[in-house]
Design a protein around this ligand. Structure first.
Ligand code: BGC
Length: 470
């Protein structure tokens, strides 16, 4: 391989990752933007608390529907085409929200944006996963999560910028920029070679793999391995629920639920509210503290990227979950104290939240999306991943809708105690069932699945005749 061709290869990767990252930015931006916009929408439309809840969670409902209806289309029409269609849906939804003449149109616009988020949330990681070389797959797929955190931070900054004049329409409207860039960029990206093989387009798949890997032999070996997976019958619901594949479905779905029911979005969506409860009195100081959380989120996600392919998925998940459990216990303890007797409470709360976010950032944040793009066999990869994604958005919605009610009924302390207990159970689940997929090809994972290895061993490398792992 010449020097020039390897340079070309790496540039192509940066380009693929950057374009896919745009869809992560949209995910983060469009979920985060509502936190600031809702204050001014309330002023303009005089919403009841219930209506307020509907406007905020419309995007979650849309995402749930988007993930639910797109699974089979992903396998049938391919990842690239769906991402192009998705960019258009992002633009339409954003424009409807920004120009909404009534609260009903606004809710409609937000549901449409949600549809697009639901689709992008799993297809982008899946697409990158199918293009990435096995040894860098963790970091490349997780760029999407990095983009989500950057998108959230951007939305806080844009909200802050337009807040002075209450320009909520501009807050939404700014989301059109990354959506347009995604639309244009996607036309330059290749089809997923794995999806092409699943459709019988071997030559096209080979040409693309050769371009990405910069090496004919490597491309040839991969194509042969991918073709071998196609001995199994066509993918459909029956196949997904078959005895062999059902355990993978279970692990993906439970992991997706764990990502939400350990409370991440109570912090992302309600950080200013929590900070106020903890004693940061002015809205401005609460928002500033929230931005601090956003910055920590981005930094720790960057820190996580190289670790996912070196330390591995399992250890990061276990350590991260343990750290999250610890911070939730500290939050629960802190809110049990009387704010007036303990002025340091707000710093304990801030410290625990920052620690919690840092731990999520190097574990459940990126690794949940990564694993659900890796563990399903090619024939049902889109479908399986979409079911797990639905579970993720469904539990996200339940947590968002119940958080304030729980705080009213049990107090903040009792509420965080529940998330703490859930994270303890999650540690046991991860320990028992989640496989280590570091450095293993998607085809090897699939072969292990069909060889009926236990879930935890799904990432096992083939054993050489002399007993040494390859
Ligand atoms: C989660 C979202 C969360 C986001 C925060 C994602 O991995 O699925 O629910 O809001 O991370 O960055």
């Amino acid at each position: 391989m010449s020097h020039a061709s390897s340079d070309q290869k790496s540039y192509f990767f940066i380009f693929i990752a950057a374009v896919a990252a745009l869809s992560g930015i949209l995910f983060g931006y469009d979920t985060g933007v509502i936190s600031g916009a809702i204050l001014f929408i309330n002023d303009e439309f005089k919403l009841s608390p219930q209506m307020n809840g509907v406007v905020v969670s419309a995007v979650l409902l849309g995402a749930l529907i988007g993930a639910a209806i797109s699974g089979r289309m992903t396998d049938r029409y391919g990842r690239k085409r769906l991402l192009i269609a998705d960019a258009i849906i992002f633009i339409v939804g954003t424009l409807i929200s920004a120009f909404a003449v009534s609260i009903a149109t606004l809710i409609l616009g937000r549901i449409i944006v949600g549809l697009a988020i639901g689709v992008a949330s799993y297809i982008a990681p899946l697409y990158i996963s199918e293009i990435a070389p096995a040894r860098h797959r963790g970091a490349l797929v997780s760029l999407n999560q990095l983009a989500i955190t950057i998108g959230i931070l951007l939305s806080y900054i844009v909200d802050y910028f337009f807040a002075e004049h209450g320009l909520w329409r501009w807050m939404f409207g700014a989301g059109v920029v990354p959506a347009l860039l995604l639309l244009i960029g996607m036309f330059y990206l290749p089809y997923s070679p794995r999806w092409l093989v699943s459709q019988g387009h071997y030559e096209k798949a080979f040409a693309i793999l050769r371009r990405i890997r910069g090496n004919d032999d490597q491309a040839e070996t991969e194509i042969t391995a991918i073709k071998a997976t196609l001995q199994h019958k066509r993918g459909d619901w029956k196949m997904l629920f078959s005895k062999t594949i059902r355990p993978t479905l279970m692990v993906g779905v439970v992991l997706a639920i764990i990502q939400q029911v350990t409370g991440i979005n109570t912090i992302i969506y309600y950080a200013p509210t929590i900070f106020k409860m903890a004693g940061f009195e002015s809205a401005a100081s609460a928002i500033l503290a929230t931005m601090g959380v956003g910055v920590v989120f981005v930094l720790f996600t960057i820190f996580a990227l190289p670790l996912i392919d070196t330390l591995g998925r399992r250890i990061l998940l276990l350590v991260g979950l343990a750290g999250m459990a610890l911070s939730l216990a500290a939050l629960s303890w802190a809110f049990h104290q009387d704010v007036h007797n303990l002025p340091a409470l707000k710093w304990v709360a801030l410290g625990s939240m920052v620690f919690y976010i840092a731990c999520f950032a190097f574990s459940l944040g990126p690794i949940m999306w990564l694993l659900i793009s890796e563990i399903y066999p090619l024939q049902v990869r889109g479908l399986g991943s979409s079911v797990a994604t639905c579970a993720n958005w469904g539990s996200n919605m339940i947590v968002a809708l119940t958080f304030l009610t729980l705080v009213n009924a049990l107090g903040a302390s009792g509420t965080f105690l529940i998330y703490f207990l859930v994270s303890l159970v999650s540690i046991v689940f991860v320990y028992l069932f989640v496989p280590e997929t570091r450095g293993v090809s998607l085809e090897q994972i699939e072969a292990n699945l069909y060889a009926q290895l236990p879930m935890r061993k799904l990432g096992q490398k083939p054993i050489h005749a002399n007993g040494v792992k390859l």
